[in-house]
Design a protein around this ligand. Structure first.
Ligand code: ZN
Length: 357
């Protein structure tokens, strides 16, 4: 199945789908006064694939290209809807399309090819899938230049060069001048930078790790870098449990003579969902408090036995290690909170002489 020839039909299919399910969302986004220049339109994959089987096949085969087509369709639809809305309200308060909309996919069918609890491997490169894990590191958000204008020094042909994702977003000059008049020169100068700003976008990398409770006993959790762009930047932080939807890609640093080529697997995120259940946790506080009181009531006459019970439930996947678990529990529980003269709260260190069991 070739994609180029069917680009138009994919666009039409997606346009029809958007008209049926998402016109209201888009109108709301147009009407909103937010400063965010990138906004998500969340698309449920199951509904989309059910509405149109063919689009599902294309999506599985060429996820990157199809996602680009989706974004273009969203942009076009937003412009058309804004125009219609302006005609209806002749009061001058016409909504303008100033944002870039992105199709964010969610709700992939639950099957081992598409939804994963473990880090994907190299055979998954090029596939769209979702991975559930815990964020263990989040880099600072950066601004990334992804497009620059270049000019051929011989024929003065100006062209746009896109940074290559697979080479850590570095700019790789073409081998020969892309001028259709075949000038065949290979010397170019960069016009962007200085007075002419390059096209930029927000960029962040996070690292996710497999969740231990979902692995078989004894396996060591693996981790992987996830690339976040535009409105996805800063949507999660270290410690969050997340489901990331995206395309598996590989990337490498420029080659040097004599050094080994390192290829890294990364997930280029299309959508990210934070699964923390903090809302539910706050409702449970009373129950937890009651359970706590009952627990210590039970061990009233032998608090050391109560403490040992807690140590048994600390990291139960790890057998033994009694003293280490005790030390970890001490550090986690901490000592008495101190408030210094400026009002800063400091967590106290654990008591210098813990009770020995
Ligand atoms: Zn040229």
């Amino acid at each position: 199945m070739a994609l180029k020839a069917d680009e138009v039909s994919i666009s039409q299919m997606f346009e029809a789908y958007i008209a049926e399910y998402h016109h209201r969302d888009i109108l709301q986004l147009i009407a909103a006064d937010g400063d965010d220049s990138h906004q998500p339109v969340v698309i449920n994959a199951m509904t989309l694939f059910e509405a149109n089987m063919e689009i599902g096949d294309y999506f599985n085969d060429y996820p990157n290209d199809v996602l680009n087509i989706f974004d273009k369709v969203l942009e076009k639809t937003a412009k058309e809807l804004a125009k219609k809305a302006t005609v209806k309200h002749l009061d001058g308060l016409c909504p303008r399309v100033k944002n870039t909309l992105h199709a964010r996919i969610t709700g992939l069918p639950v099957c081992p090819e598409l939804t994963r609890d473990t880090i994907p491997r190299s055979r998954d490169v090029g596939h769209f899938l979702s991975v559930t894990g815990t964020v263990i590191r989040a880099s600072v958000a950066k601004v990334l230049a992804y497009e620059r204008d270049y000019m051929c020094t011989k024929c003065r042909h100006v062209f746009v060069l896109q940074a290559d994702f697979e080479q850590f977003y570095s700019f790789v000059s073409p081998v020969v001048c892309p001028n259709p008049d075949a000038c065949n020169s290979c010397k170019f100068s960069c016009l962007s930078g200085g007075s002419e700003p390059a096209a930029c976008k927000d960029y962040q990398e996070i690292k996710i790790q497999e969740q231990v409770q979902r692995l078989s006993v004894g396996s060591i959790p693996r981790s992987m870098v996830v690339v976040l762009e535009d409105d996805l930047v800063d949507t999660c932080k270290s410690g969050d449990d997340v489901t990331v939807y995206g395309v598996m890609c590989q990337r490498w640093k420029p080659f040097y003579n004599g050094s080994r080529c390192d290829v890294e697997l990364v997930l280029k995120a299309n959508n990210i969902e934070v699964n923390n259940q903090q809302g539910a946790a706050s409702l449970l506080i009373e129950d937890v408090q009651k359970e706590f009181e009952e627990f210590w009531e039970h061990y009233k006459n032998d608090p050391i036995a109560g403490r040992n019970q807690i140590l048994l439930s600390l990291c139960p996947q790890v057998y033994g290690m009694y003293v280490i678990k005790l030390a970890v529990a001490m550090v986690l529980a901490g000592g008495v909170q101190r408030i210094d003269s400026s009002g800063t709260k400091t967590r106290g260190s654990s008591p210098p002489r813990p009770l020995c069991g």
